[in-house]
Design a protein around this ligand. Structure first.
Ligand code: DAH
Length: 369
């Protein structure tokens, strides 16, 4: 059954009748819109003068001169449709208008810029009463401070300061120091060999500087040399890189008694005036006799991981063969040499249980010095 109202029951809207008329109207509507919205100078003078930010000025500029729908742009395009006469007069008018509007826009931009500098001067003035943020103040690493102090202490006892390479030849690091091929110090376990071809190592001790110094200078002399040394070792009292201070005193009558006096003065000044120490004999191929000096842990002994005593210095009378190796006659000259472990002296001085703390870069640790 059919519905009461059928769609076909209504006559169709006669679109086909109106279409040509609508198409005819569109250009007219467009034209009048453009013409009616032809910029009036007053309207835009008003607009430009009230905007207060660069963004707003730019928005008005876009409204006027935008490439697609700018009011001025459309008006210019529209000239093409005009008669030559009209094009000339209208064109001139538009040009005058364009120049005026552009001048207004740049004047407004200038005014806004000046205004913002002025407000900045008022609002952002310098308050000289304000406290500056606290500047962080650093200091030298405790190891370096300590080496400077040692140079000063030994300097007062007449010792010169020398320095030498960390990359050493096997010759200086071992051979000339009378360290035989079979010596355990040469073991791959201990030494960082850099090149097996030209037999270079990261120096395992500062003792090669004895040789370098003696090859250069004529005795008598006293010298110390501080620096980094390297060994494959790591625990509470060892680190793969650590510091030593080497010392050497050669003369005609320099004795073991002189050595002990110098060592004891140094540890009293550099560790503590009341530090307990003990002497032991020790073996080092480049001295004869050889001695070791241990310092006693200060404070709470349970905190020392090494026990009560810590070996801090190796020393002795320079072996005659070492003197011969550098062209010094052992019948004419003699003397002593020593090597301090810098970190170990600091450990005793400040009761630091683990030597590796010096190299962990923890500022809470370093700031204590
Ligand atoms: N070079 C030795 C080492 O690193 C320490 C040493 C011992 C240095 C005796 C010396 C010395 O000058 O005479 O273990």
């Amino acid at each position: 059954m059919k519905g009461r109202f059928s769609v076909t029951a209504f006559p169709l809207f006669p679109l086909n009748l109106f279409l040509p008329f609508i198409l005819f109207l569109i250009p007219i509507i467009l034209y009048t819109t453009v013409c009616m919205s032809l910029p009036s100078l007053d309207e835009y003078i008003g607009k430009i003068s009230i905007v207060s930010s660069i963004e707003q000025v730019e928005a008005v500029r876009h409204e006027l001169f935008g490439r697609k729908a700018g009011v001025m742009t459309l008006a210019m395009k529209d000239l093409a449709e005009k008669s030559p006469e009209e094009r000339r007069t209208k064109g001139q008018e538009l040009n005058v208008l364009k120049v005026k509007l552009e001048a207004l826009i740049s004047a407004r931009l200038q005014a806004i810029a000046t205004l913002s500098i002025d407000t900045l001067a008022e609002g952002d003035s310098l308050d000289v009463t304000l406290d500056l943020p606290v500047a962080e103040k650093g200091h030298k690493h405790p190891i370096h401070e300590y080496i400077r102090k040692a140079e000063e202490v030994f300097g007062r006892m007449g010792f010169d300061t020398a320095s030498g390479p960390e990359l050493e030849t096997e010759d200086y690091n071992f051979n000339k120091l009378n360290i035989p091929e079979s010596h355990p110090a040469r073991d791959l376990q201990d030494t960082f060999w850099v090149s097996s071809l030209d037999r270079t190592v990261l120096r395992t001790h500062t003792s090669p500087m004895q040789i370098r110094y003696m090859e250069e200078k004529k005795p008598p002399f006293r010298m110390i040399c501080a620096g980094k040394v390297y060994r494959k070792d790591s625990d509470a009292t060892h680190s793969p890189m650590f510091h030593q201070i080497e010392g050497l005193m050669i003369g005609k009558t320099v004795s073991l008694a002189n050595m002990k006096a110098v060592m004891e003065t140094a540890v009293r000044e550099l560790v503590d005036p009341n530090v307990d120490f003990r002497w032991r004999t020790g073996y080092f191929p480049f001295v004869e006799p050889g001695l070791e000096m241990d310092l006693r842990w200060r404070g709470d002994e349970s905190k020392s991981r090494e026990g009560r005593w810590l070996e801090v210095v190796g020393c002795g009378m320079v072996h005659p063969q070492v003197l011969r190796n550098v062209g010094i006659d052992p019948n004419e000259f003699q003397g002593f040499a020593f090597g301090f472990g810098v970190e170990r002296m600091l450990m005793i001085r400040h009761q630091i249980p683990d030597l590796r703390s010096f190299f962990e870069g923890d500022l809470r640790f370093l700031r204590q010095f």
